[in-house]
Design a protein around this ligand. Sequence first.
Ligand code: SF4
Length: 345
Amino acid sequence: MNPVDIKSGTFEQIRQAVAESGLSDEAVRRAYLWAHADGRTSWKGLEGKLPRRIDEIRRTFSLPSLSIADERVSGVDGTLNLLLRLPDQRTIESVLIPHWGNATLCVSSQAGCAMACRFCETASIGLQRQLGTWEIVDQLYRAQERSGRRITDVVFMGMGEPFHNYERVLAAADIFHERRAAGISARRITISTVGLVPQIHRFIDERRPYRLAFSLTSAIPEKRRALMPITDRFPLAELADAIRRYASSLGTRRWVTIQYVAIENRNLDWEDVQAIGELLGEVPYIVDVVPFNPIAAAPELEPPTTESLHAFTKKLRILNRPIKVRHSGGKDMGSGCGQLAARWG
Ligand code: SF4
């Protein structure tokens, strides 16, 4: 039997995968906790605890890990940005943002991205490849190891479009949620999508417990198309239908997060606000305004001035919905939203 990658499944999935191996459930449990709850990168040290089982564990499981190629810490807000090396030597980034005693980890789901959003540096490298489940999961263990903090929230908002790597992203979310692994509440795991409509419907059909956030950035078709080419494949009306369906699947429990990258002279006018209202109608949503962070790949785009951001949020009030302005952790060191390209000089 080929070794089973212990970081690619929930405890139950791993237990079943090795059911024929003869390894006791207790040994599987101890190995699983070693790999996940403790986030270890090797079996070294476990032999003292399971001397009679360690050889079998080594034969039965592989324990792959990412290596930390570099790291930066923001002097402004304590954000930790990790540059992580994959086994094929490609690199990805994860960002750990501390806030009010909690710690949110922004994970990558792909090396690069195929979605070509104009305001995002990741787009400039194109899609290199999908990340495997363990390559997503291990970002959390490496961030915990480097920061010494317990991660309370995970957002799939790093490099890549999570729904373009649907199965592995959902498998990783299940492991983040697994109580023998990171044990993060499902409501604290958020998957952000630019609007891959079939996958949104699939997520709803599968009754996944995690939260979705929708990156809108403009509700005016031609403006959105210029900033987010995915609009050609899935027009705004189809995306709005999917958002409406997602909102009704939540019942009265929650609001839907609509992310809006605010860009100077692009999408901050009255017509932009009106278009959001018309597109989403009665949907209960929160507008999560993300001030654009400058990137080398799009010199024509500018971040909003303090005045225009203030004026925009004032206009948004007409929608009668909660408004948040996102603090983009680590933007002082080029690790803010939209700035990740895993190219560190
Ligand atoms: S914003 Fe997200 S989906 Fe768009 S190019 Fe960047 S990583 Fe990809």
